[in-house]
Design a protein around this ligand. Sequence first.
Ligand code: RB5
Length: 165
Amino acid sequence: MTKIAIGSDHVGIELKPAIIDYLKSLGYDVTDFGTNSAERTDYPIYGKKVGEELAAGNFDLGILICGTGVGISLAANKVPGIRAVVCSEPYSAQLSRQHNNTNILAFGSRVVGVELAKMIVKAWLDASFIGGRHLRRVDELAAIEQHDEQKFKALQTSTSSRYAD
Ligand code: RB5
């Protein structure tokens, strides 16, 4: 069963319970890393936590919610190995999985309503990385993250069949 880590700040809790219920109805194993109170808190806490849980291999995918989805995704993207995307429509969500191999989806409770949020989540979860020519680009992202300029340049000139298509 696919394990999903979810987190939000105090603004995101308006939407989070409905998303958790939806994920469970689809058969996903969901763990909520907070917050679960309307008391003001800081989105980096939850973006970092979900990112680290995922990077440690404890979960397969992550979902993050704040007011816009921006701050919490920025926090998650500071964790090595995390590729978090903010989406307010399903097309980008789907393509972010197929082309960019995103492992965290973020959205804003002040931006999308519950039904649109569910459509975004479904589009993202139903898609998977298609590899091929997209693999090199995702590997280039990793090289940037690792400050490996040599690898970054080598990937760009690679003619390996691994990248054919
Ligand atoms: C909190 O007011 C708000 O800044 C936060 O939820 C999020 O939208 C930040 O990106």
